[in-house]
Design a protein around this ligand. Structure first.
Ligand SMILES: [Zn+2]
Length: 397
């Protein structure tokens, strides 16, 4: 019971009678039933319109029906429409292989506790993962860990820790956060450090790569479709977005595929000398390793559309001309008191901080209270309201 009490903000008047709290497993089951009920209510209101704008205006959850296949018992639609960031419109979901779905979602860079922006990505994806399974699909859900990256190396050096060891520690903390938020584990969670040979192979297959000393870059102007996802032209690109500025690059928009080893950094042997992979190439290599170059869904936060996913597409298409990812999905940002969440503004909350004060399902409920593609504003009032709703659900169910 003490564990349950800890999950609620002590100042909430409704917490004064802890004995009414059901066990955690029961809470989750009941809440899930109610959230599922709400989802069904939401889709039932849509009247299976063929008009995308009508469907869009009425869908709150982002999952909606088209009036196609019917569940014989209750007549509800069994189909799914997804907003595809590539086509910029909602599309009826059709998997490449009947009954199976391949889904890759960019994972966290493990150098610190994950924040509530991360929670939004993985809670949204968890709803999709569960819903695809409800629809009868066998889902191969791949979510990576970035365990080799500048921020990890910098934090490890500050703490005098081994970068891979530091990363493993925060992978465990992330797993704990996901468990607390009742996110189902993915089918596989590859780590960059375990896939260096696959990363080297995809760089070797890359006809747009060029070398400057021991670094390897991707020449974006050699890939005519660059900018297809983000709508940005090569001239619009900003150098340095998670990619170190390097005056040796032919074009400021070119990005690193392989970085030569520097003093105190982890490194692996490669045809270009000792070094480590760039950020973008890891997801191309790991998605290809587990799902091939053509699969159904690739997702992440909206901030990954450019440059990360744009670069992934370029790498994939150059490595395999049959590369084809059917649906690109992206969730909106979390703002704090209507301002962008940022460490420098001091308005930054980790999942661990929030669930130290509120039940994890209050955070989950808050994150799912807004359409996944819209921005969501985190404030004391909003999380307290979510907390009270969760408490109310337990009381009436
Ligand atoms: Zn990624």
């Amino acid at each position: 019971m003490l564990a349950m009490l800890k999950c609620y903000k002590p100042s909430l008047p409704l917490c004064s009678s802890p004995s009414i709290f059901p066990p955690k497993a029961s809470i989750y089951t009941q809440t899930h039933k109610i959230l599922t009920k709400n989802l069904q209510k939401s889709t039932a209101k849509i009247h299976c319109s063929s008009s995308l704008s009508d469907v869009e205006s009425k869908s709150r959850t982002g999952l909606c029906c088209n009036g196609g296949e019917r569940d014989g018992e209750n007549g509800k639609s069994r189909e799914l429409w997804l907003f595809n960031s590539m086509s910029k419109q909602k599309e009826l979901f059709r998997s490449k292989v009947e009954g199976k779905v391949g889904m890759y979602v960019c994972g966290v860079t493990t150098y610190d506790f994950s924040h509530i922006g991360h929670a939004r990505v993985y809670v949204s994806v968890d709803v999709l993962f569960r819903y695809l399974r409800v629809l009868g699909y066998e889902v191969n859900y791949v979510r990576n860990f970035t365990d080799v990256e500048d921020k990890i190396i910098s934090r490890a050096n500050q703490l005098g820790e081994d970068p891979i060891g530091l990363s493993r520690r925060f992978c465990k903390e992330f797993h704990q956060d996901m468990e607390d938020l009742h996110c189902l584990p993915p089918s596989v969670e590859p780590r960059v450090s375990d896939h260096i040979p696959q990363i080297i192979d995809i760089i070797l297959d890359n006809g747009c790569a060029y070398r400057t000393d021991a670094d390897v870059y991707f020449a974006v102007d050699k890939f005519p479709l660059y900018g297809r996802l983000s709508g940005r032209k090569i001239g619009d690109n900003r150098a340095g977005e998670r990619v170190a500025i390097d005056t040796r690059k032919k074009n400021t928009a070119d990005f690193a595929l392989w970085k030569s080893a520097k003093e105190g950094e982890p490194f692996w042997e490669s045809p270009w000398g000792p070094g480590r992979p760039g950020w973008h190439i890891e997801c191309s290599a790991m998605s290809a390793a587990y799902l091939g170059y053509s699969f159904d869904i690739h997702g992440g936060g909206m901030d990954l559309i450019f440059p990360h996913h744009e670069n992934e597409i370029a790498q994939n298409c150059v490595a395999c001309d049959k590369s084809d990812i059917s649906y690109w999905i992206h969730n909106g940002f979390v703002t704090i008191d209507s301002e962008k969440m940022s460490k420098s503004l001091g308005n930054f909350f980790t999942i661990r901080q929030v669930i130290g004060l509120y039940h994890p399902l209050a955070l989950r409920h808050f994150l799912l209270s807004t359409h996944y593609r819209s921005p969501i504003n985190y404030s004391d009032a909003q999380i307290e309201s979510a907390s009270e709703r969760i408490f109310y659900i337990y009381q009436v169910s």
